[in-house]
Design a protein. Sequence first.
Lengths: 342, 342
Amino acid sequence: MTDIKKHNKCVIALDAMGGDFAPKSELLGAIEAFESGLDVKIFVLGDEDKLKSFAAENKISLDGLEIIHAPQVIGMHDKPIEAIKSKPDSSLVMGANLVKEKKAHALVSAGNTGAVASVSTLLMGRLKNVERPTIGSFIPSSGKLTYVFDVGAFVDLKPQHLLSYAILASIFTKEMHSINNPSVGLLNVGEENEKGNKQVKETFELLKNSSLNFIGNIEGKDILKGKCNIVICDGFVGNILLKFGESVPDFLKFLLKQHAEKNVFDKIKIGLFRKTLRKALQPLNPDLYGGVPLLGINGITIIGHGSSSPTAVKNMILKAKEMYNKNLTFKLEEALKPYAVK
Amino acid sequence: MTDIKKHNKCVIALDAMGGDFAPKSELLGAIEAFESGLDVKIFVLGDEDKLKSFAAENKISLDGLEIIHAPQVIGMHDKPIEAIKSKPDSSLVMGANLVKEKKAHALVSAGNTGAVASVSTLLMGRLKNVERPTIGSFIPSSGKLTYVFDVGAFVDLKPQHLLSYAILASIFTKEMHSINNPSVGLLNVGEENEKGNKQVKETFELLKNSSLNFIGNIEGKDILKGKCNIVICDGFVGNILLKFGESVPDFLKFLLKQHAEKNVFDKIKIGLFRKTLRKALQPLNPDLYGGVPLLGINGITIIGHGSSSPTAVKNMILKAKEMYNKNLTFKLEEALKPYAVK
């Protein structure tokens, strides 16, 4: 394996066995990234024989990529802590170890979100003053650029954890999207200050007394309106919300189909309109957004949707590179210093 | 006021001052219900002068309705416990008192959900073995008929409360929709049994050991798929989810408009398609579903959306009548007996 120091550019460890369409999406995505002239070095981790025979069968050239043999695979039911010991030669554990050992700058994986987050956290370690790392997701909206933090890294959180999410998310949004003072809203059942459960009421006070651009409570209806840049909630709520949102396009298709079956004239119209609708709903395609970042770890990890396409994988590599170029890990650690947990 | 015993039919107390369009929607809805031959007696509670002058101005006949003068109004910022004392002559408090005093069978209101739920609970009282009443919302889906319980009655709940929600919801769904053994799913961040936060893990065990038709954990993506009849979650999660879902149609309009602005041909197509789309999305209109029931109180309360139309109010009256005819309050109390909280 080539050492990180020999490359004067971003080095990506790509878990080629993670997603639902692995290794196809991963290999094609890596090649897209390489061929687009993106100045990155990509280590592709996976079963070497499988990767090479897949490439040969599909007449894919692996030039420009460096295959690293990782014969083991972490399944949906493997427990991350155990997998680190029992599957040290899995693509995920090897990839996270490459970042830990400073042989790569970033891990990119479309594997099981919980496993990627846990393995990254356990192997790369947490930034100082971070008790719980966080995963945030971009959400298309009709207003401000919007991220929801957290969408499922950890459940059972303390208010202090939610404050640290808001800090990490603010720096991330500022650096990655050039938004100077991103606005932060606390997801709640009403706008009034006194609303919510115990966790949210305490978080409200912490956010109010922070130096963040906190706009107060926001409601479920405000997310797609883009009322603020960063929506803060715990991973339980965020995960349910994100998955609900992702199910909306299929439900729309169902409603259109159901209506078409009842009305023959509208059936024709719906048929003619299908392509336009698909284009109009394109902003809902998660592949465009290059996965979700895991913030608060001592390294860069980008986690993709299980069903990531080659374009999604390419965009994940792009995002990892941008985070590296912007020295984000260092900036996140700096931003957390004033909020040291006593 | 006529006494309940003189009517051999369902008596409804309609809060005519609750909704955003009060008293218009309420009056027109009550008249629609009356004129449709619905065999109910409707008490319309509100400022008598205002109701009569509104009716005169709009040439609405109030025949068949009985106006009860309620000069006070509970605002968005009134605290329910205080409002009961400070605003005894408000339409909401008077309406709930009519049910308490057995002068009406059901309260129907499109007022502030929290206020209607709290005032109903405080005045009518809770059923035996119910610590927390619950509000459930019908959710259109592509699969099974689906309700989400709870959608915002109370936050900070114990697992025992969530179990009682599942029991109340099962009886409600069985009786109102003739579904013999409604399936119950626990909303969680993953399907595996061991997933979730502390509250959900404990609730899982309670549901597993109950006699309900519990199918296990379900995820956010399963709700619109109609994977089960009853989705159980706490009011914090349910409220956020419901409001998020209600914001989807406006966001779709935004996406179509945004696309139309970029593409002139598609703009024309979108214009031609608008009416068809509106019809196809009709199942998303909450006015169709006749408000949400508050279950677990010693009486019937139906709470409408703030923006309820006359049709919504009519459907709320219809639902209240059906709950009365089916003797639901008694059946709910019976069902809870085996689950007495020790």
